[in-house]
Design a protein around this ligand. Structure first.
Ligand code: 48F
Length: 256
């Protein structure tokens, strides 16, 4: 016999227990694309209490869509060891260019991050940021369905020592800080510099070099780093996203 109320209780208790435990974390990551997932894996693996909020139903951000909906991604030589770390299979297409299945890559990143201990909440949108005397202290979240239905329902707050903006092209978390706190951000102009047109070679390097603090206790990684610090986009080459996720984890772990 199967009792439906037991199923309900199992889901509610299990989920709410995890949500309650995540009200205070070491690190909150906004966005479950490749850079955010990769960061959450390395941080959790090193014992950091890590919570990731993803607006969408499914994880992966721009990764599962590959290039123009062809579910393949390309990764350059520099990031090949990350494919091995996550158990993502690949084939060498030309020397230094590896091609992988973007669905397998998304699943592998998600699986490794959760098994390393990252708490991942999908269907949750970061709609505001907690800013105290010029430092970020956490995020304010609401159900994505509330945002989509444009319902007037107040959000709730989650605290952390560090917030990582991994929201990709729109760099939403940094934008909230800029708009609501007036910055200045730790960028050359004190504002969001804005993403530039496609130039894969420059963009891939730029992402890694600009994976850094954009406002006290707020770090950017992945495409958000390029958008905030003014770098070009790179299209469906994903090595920079993975390396940036790993780099932001390393930077946060070195933080005193
Ligand atoms: O866009 P996305 O995949 O970011 P990324 O990790 O990787 C970029 C690449 O996919 C690609 C590229 C490089 O090859 O150019 O675009 O930098 O993932 C960002 C995730 O953040 C979620 C969004 O749904 C997506 O899954 N997101 C965005 N804003 C919010 C958010 C928010 N306010 N709250 C929660 N999640």
């Amino acid at each position: 016999m199967i009792e439906e109320t037991i199923i309900s209780k199992a889901i509610i208790e299990s989920y709410l227990g995890e949500l309650l435990d995540s009200v205070e974390s070491d690190v909150i990551i906004g966005g479950g694309g490749p850079s955010g997932l990769c960061a959450s894996y390395y941080l959790s693996k090193s014992g950091y209490k890590t919570t990731l909020f993803e607006r969408a139903l499914k994880l992966g951000g721009g990764m599962p869509g590959g290039g123009v909906m062809f579910n393949r991604i390309v990764v350059q030589n520099e990031a090949r060891e990350l494919l091995d770390e996550f158990g993502i299979r690949y084939k060498e297409y030309k020397p230094g260019y590896y091609v992988a299945n973007s669905l397998e890559a998304t699943a592998a990143l998600t699986d490794k991050a959760i098994k390393a201990g990252a708490k991942i909440f999908n269907l949750m949108t970061i709609e505001d940021v907690m800013v105290r005397d010029r430092f970020v202290a956490g995020v304010v979240i609401n159900w994505s369905s509330v945002e989509m239905a444009n319902l007037h329902i107040d959000p709730i707050s989650f605290k952390s020592k560090v917030v990582i903006d991994a929201t990709g092209h729109p760099c939403e978390i940094t934008r909230i800080v800029e708009n609501k706190s007036g910055g200045p951000l730790l960028t050359p102009s004190g504002k969001i510099e804005g993403e530039k047109s496609m130039w894969a070679e420059v963009a891939e390097r730029f992402t890694i070099d600009n994976t850094k603090e954009a406002y006290p206790n707020l770090y950017v990684c992945g495409m958000a780093a390029n958008a905030v610090f003014g770098g070009p986009r790179m299209g469906p080459i994903f090595g920079g996203m993975l390396l940036s996720g790993k780099r932001v984890a390393e930077i946060v772990m070195k933080k005193p």
